[in-house]
Design a binder for this molecule. Structure first.
Ligand code: UDP
Length: 327
């Protein structure tokens, strides 16, 4: 049985990856410090012998006794609100955390895949974004702590590949959605659905003309699985190229939920990218991947998930009291 270490295991993407690798017959070691993750996302795996959980902050030295075949580094705050609240932790997990895990991968002779992001392109001046584009990032803006940590992460990973011959894979993830997103993390989809379920108006930031391209989580996980098992070592975009303005997206959520509320406009956050759409030619040709779930289907499943949560979840201002976890 092959063994995979998944960091950020209790988070949105990490928990779906745990499910997938369990299904494929791997032994999965899930690691998370639970600052933004939630054990509820993986509690169904606890009875399984194939699964182990380790509560640890990977920004500190990481010890794993088992032999490892793969390491998937998915630990990081991943919403603009989180970066503002826990900027230093965001920087550390992308940089120090990545370094620790690369060291572990080298010691175990494991293949390491890192979760990079479309944020490495910043507010892009090239559209759609190809992997060759170097980006337009403000290092000292509010998103800089995430963007620069992820850019450093890519550089560090490539250096381990080049200088130590480590097997590495780099995925650039575009906006992804699905069940287990945090309802109150400030990201646009949980924000709109939460507002609709509470009977509040939907808050569109700016004029709503900025675009995003949303990928359903199962599609993303399939892309990760394929990239990991390919021999491609350069960064690869994985996302759904179906681009939509945030204003149109709000209208879709209004239709989906049947809410009688309206859209209200609020100021655009600093450095909010105006356009984002992945070019996925490389994923199509190299790993034969493209998204299969269209937005209507994916949104329906996600809406059912949010509706099934206990009502008090809707009114929690914060999912977590960050302060008590931060030393
Ligand atoms: N957004 C919005 N209303 C909200 C939350 C977000 O209009 O209540 C906008 C936000 O300004 C951005 C887009 O939705 O243009 C996506 O935001 P999100 O935080 O989900 O992701 P990111 O900006 O990192 O792509």
């Amino acid at each position: 049985m092959k063994t995979v270490l998944i960091t950020g295991a209790a988070g949105f993407l990490g928990s779906h990856l745990c499910d997938r690798f369990i299904k494929e017959g791997y032994k999965v070691i899930g690691m998370d410090n639970l600052i933004t993750g939630d054990l509820k996302n993986i509690e169904h795996l606890f009875p399984l012998e194939q699964f182990e959980f380790c509560n640890h902050d990977v920004s500190n030295y990481v010890h794993v006794a088992d032999e490892l075949d793969y390491i998937l580094h998915f630990a990081s705050p991943a919403s603009p609100i989180d970066y503002l609240k826990i900027p230093i932790q965001t920087l550390k997990v992308g940089s120090l955390g990545t370094h620790n895990l690369l060291g572990l991968a080298k010691a175990k002779n494991a293949r390491m895949l890192i979760a990079s992001t479309s944020e490495v392109y910043g507010d892009p001046t090239v559209h759609p974004q190809t992997e060759e584009y170097w980006g337009n990032v403000n290092p000292v803006g509010p998103r800089g702590v995430y963007d620069e940590a992820k850019r450093f992460q890519e550089a560090m990973t490539m250096a381990y590949h080049t200088y130590h011959g480590l097997e590495t894979r780099i995925i650039r993830i575009f906006n992804t959605y699905g069940p287990r997103m945090r309802l109150n993390d400030g990201r646009v989809l949980p924000a709109f659905i939460g507002q609709a379920l509470r009977g509040e108006d939907l808050t569109v930031f700016g004029n709503g003309k900025q675009t995003r391209s949303f990928c359903y989580v199962d599609d993303l996980v399939e892309g990760i699985y394929r990239l990991l098992h390919s021999d491609y070592t350069q960064p690869m975009n994985i996302g759904n190229p179906d681009e939509i303005t945030i204003g149109e997206f709000a209208e879709e959520i209004i239709k989906l939920t049947g809410t009688t509320q309206k859209v209200i406009y609020q100021p655009l956050p600093v450095d909010d990218p105006m356009q984002r759409q992945p070019n996925i030619d490389k994923a199509r040709s190299i790993i034969k991947w493209e998204p299969k779930v269209n937005r209507a289907e994916g949104l329906k499943i996600t809406y059912e998930y949010f509706k099934s949560l206990p009502e008090q979840e809707l009114y929690k201002k914060e999912h977590k009291e960050f302060d008590k976890y931060i030393k």
